[in-house]
Design a protein around this ligand. Structure first.
Ligand SMILES: Cc1cc2nc3c(=O)[nH]c(=O)nc-3n(C[C@H](O)[C@H](O)[C@H](O)COP(=O)(O)O)c2cc1C
Length: 397
């Protein structure tokens, strides 16, 4: 058996940093503004302590987690990421094939470099589809029709990008989609010949769902998406008969209103700190959102998860399921398909070991009792109008 290329996400990140052109690594690794929201996502997760327990029989442990009526093999999945094939040709397909092998969801971004039909055909139902709305309403509606026709059962509507956040690394590197190569990018690619050759041979990745759309309007990554509003969410709930998840909620008041709109689940996230540099850590927002939507309403969580212990912490703080973004691209950037498998193995083993340390035999048992101390609530319950609380608790779900 070949040796493991890395033993933790940080090692994978370091390897990816060496192997990828700076422009590509920074696109994956970077965040908005002064990048403090991304840093806080990490430090807040690290400050959460789990309670060790002893003399429980924890010989047999289960990592199976149920979400939206489906049993997944692990309590986490793959968050949507645009332009993954920049990291390595075929990255979207690698992600979906591993998701099928591990029985976890892979949420495909509408900005993926592979068509939604291609990924659905390979996924055997593990693929979810994520949309942004804006720029062109006809295009968004066309993508929803295509997702339905392709057989997607779960649609994720990302709501935290009214405008793309100011990501200074991308601005400084001249990062653009589609690519335009100037002398600086050329120098960057020249010192990473392995990446450049493979990418050149496969052709520069493109946002394929947009390239293949009838209503294609010349893709502009920075176009405003600010016209997506509560009215659109009401329209979408009515239009999409499958499961609908709203991604990017950080405020309890917004969570209640989203729940009242009849969605099936809320995805608590600050977009990995890529949108608002001054946003609080997403994990801090989670317990209060859990309290306001009630104990049974499905909540997903992402932003800053880097280990199996972090996945368990998110469950303990009120999530039903976690999603990870950057770690998968670090893993592929570090070691391709082998990196992907290694990362899943590491996370799986870490979750299982963590369960044993805290005296539990199933991820379904993890709740607030697993915490060594009660987390400080973030924000103030008084921010949530009574009217909304009532509305949300009488709503579907
Ligand atoms: C390279 C990259 C591209 C992303 N593209 C999208 C996207 O197209 N749609 C979306 O909803 N979120 C997108 N995200 C955000 C992720 O879905 C997720 O919220 C975030 O990465 C979670 O934080 P983490 O990277 O710390 O795990 C992207 C994130 C990264 C790193």
């Amino acid at each position: 058996m070949s040796p493991m290329p890395f033993f933790c996400t940080d090692d994978a990140r370091r390897l990816a940093r060496r192997r990828l052109p700076r422009l590509v690594f920074d696109y994956v690794d970077g965040a908005a503004g002064d990048e403090t929201a991304a840093a806080l996502n990490r430090s807040a997760l690290q400050s959460i302590r789990l309670q060790p327990r002893v003399l429980e029989n924890v010989e047999a442990r289960s990592l199976v987690k149920s979400l939206l009526g489906q049993d997944y093999g692990l309590p986490f999945g793959i968050a949507p990421m645009g332009m993954c094939n920049l990291v390595a040709p075929g990255a979207d397909r690698l992600l979906t094939e591993e998701a099928v092998r591990r029985n976890v969801p892979h949420c495909l971004s509408c900005l993926a470099s592979t068509t939604l039909e291609d990924i659905r055909a390979r996924s055997g139902g593990h693929a979810w589809f994520q949309i942004y709305v804006g720029q062109c309403m006809a295009l968004a509606k066309e993508l929803i029709d295509r997702a339905e026709a392709a057989g997607y059962e779960v649609l994720v509507f990302t709501v935290d990008v009214p405008l793309v956040g100011r990501r200074l690394r991308d601005l400084k590197n001249g990062f653009q989609v589609p690519f335009r190569m100037g002398p600086r990018q050329f120098a960057d690619f020249a010192v990473h010949p392995r990446w450049s050759l493979r990418t050149l041979l496969s052709g520069a990745p493109k946002p394929m769902n947009y390239e293949t759309a009838e209503n294609a309007v010349g893709f502009d990554r920075n176009a405003s998406r600010a016209n997506a509003d509560w009215g659109f969410l009401a329209w979408l709930r009515n239009r999409w008969k499958g499961a609908l998840i709203v991604k990017g909620v950080m405020s309890p008041a917004d969570a209640l209103r989203v729940k009242a709109a009849g969605v099936d689940a809320i995805w608590v996230s600050n977009h990995g700190g890529r949108q608002l540099g001054s946003a609080p850590a997403a994990i801090q927002a989670l317990p209060q959102i859990r309290r306001t939507v009630g104990p049974d309403f499905p909540l997903l969580f992402d932003s800053g998860i880097r280990s199996g212990e972090d996945v368990v912490k998110a469950l303990a703080m009120g999530a039903d399921f976690s999603m990870l973004g950057r770690p998968f691209l670090y893993a592929i950037g570090a070691a391709g398909a082998k990196g992907m498998t290694t990362l899943f193995d590491i996370l799986e083993e870490d979750i299982s070991t963590t369960l044993a340390q805290i005296g539990l035999t199933s991820v379904e048992q993890v709740d607030g009792n697993a915490l060594a101390s009660t987390p400080e609530p973030h924000g103030d319950d008084r921010d949530v109008p009574e009217r909304l609380v009532e509305l949300a608790h009488t709503a579907k779900g």
